[in-house]
Design a protein around this ligand. Structure first.
Ligand SMILES: N[C@@H](CCC(=O)NCCCC(=O)O)C(=O)O
Length: 265
């Protein structure tokens, strides 16, 4: 019987699907290096199942120790929350179909789950919530988009405060009930999904940080990007370290299981 070889905790980062080169209309499955680099810096191993579909989730999920739902310029298709997609929407239906299933299965299985930007929105929609399709078009709401013409350091610079629920993990990670975060999104949470607790809000009231009530393990989502220069931003770093600790614990439990427990067939 093959002996188990302990390895770094594996973290599933779902691919984005883009047509990057019109000379190859077949398209590409891509992952932002920023997310993979942050996962690696945490001592974890990023994994990408580029062709994974919703039906593959029950078989693939037991192979990993955490799920990080990355951001993407594409929008969650509005049909997933009972609205009509905008003609201007950049869509990624393969990503949507996968993550709608992946969120629910990760929660059922107690697999550490962390949603970032689009990933937060995917968590919300997968749990029955809805999104503002154009946050800055809503009365009283800020423009949460990044200055696209600026360089990345400006795009990912701190843009607004978030007010954190006293006693929440967010407040613990921030060392208080207020923090500065970056902001690179045009959609945002409108109606909270089932079981989601709002624990961080922008000054305009937009929900920007959630916890999944009653989750077996780590289950959080944020609208901002904690992967950006996290080593220099204590709030971002502590958030990511908490996710990493949860993934390491998941790996430890699996490594402690009696040998002979086969991987899913
Ligand atoms: N398209 C959605 C989500 C925005 C988002 O995830 N931004 C990150 C972009 C940078 C990256 O690709 O990581 C919206 O506009 O709300």
């Amino acid at each position: 019987m093959a002996r188990k070889t302990p390895h770094k905790p594996l973290v599933w980062l779902p691919a984005c699907h883009r047509n990057l080169d019109l000379s190859d209309p077949g398209g590409y499955s891509v992952l932002g290096d920023r997310y993979a680099a942050a996962v690696t810096a945490l001592g974890l191993q990023p994994v990408l199942f580029p062709m994974a579909e919703a039906e593959d989730v029950p078989c693939l999920l037991p192979l990993v120790d955490g799920v990080l739902l990355t951001g993407s310029p594409s929008n969650v298709e509005a049909t997933h929350f009972g609205a009509t997609a905008l003609a201007t929407d950049l869509l990624d239906p393969r990503r949507d179909k996968l993550t709608m299933r992946l969120v629910r299965e990760a929660l059922v299985g107690g697999v550490p789950l962390f949603g970032v930007c689009r990933g937060l929105q995917e968590m919300n929609v997968a749990l029955g919530g809805s999104l503002y399709q154009v946050v800055h078009g809503e009365a009283g709401m800020l423009d949460h988009r990044e200055p696209e013409s600026e360089d990345l350091a400006v795009q990912f610079a701190e843009a607004h405060d978030v007010l954190l629920e006293a006693g929440s993990a967010f407040a613990q990670w921030a060392g208080g009930t207020r923090a500065r975060v970056n902001s690179l999104h045009g959609q945002g949470i409108k109606r909270l999904g089932e079981g989601l607790i709002a624990e961080a809000r922008a000054p305009d009231g937009l929900v920007e940080g959630v916890r999944v009530a009653g989750a077996q393990g780590f289950a959080y989502g944020v609208q901002w990007h904690p992967e950006w220069h996290h080593e220099q931003h204590p709030f971002y770093e502590r958030t990511l370290q908490a996710f990493a600790s949860a993934c390491r614990e998941a790996r430890r439990v699996k490594d402690a299981e009696p040998e002979g427990r086969s991987a899913p067939g």
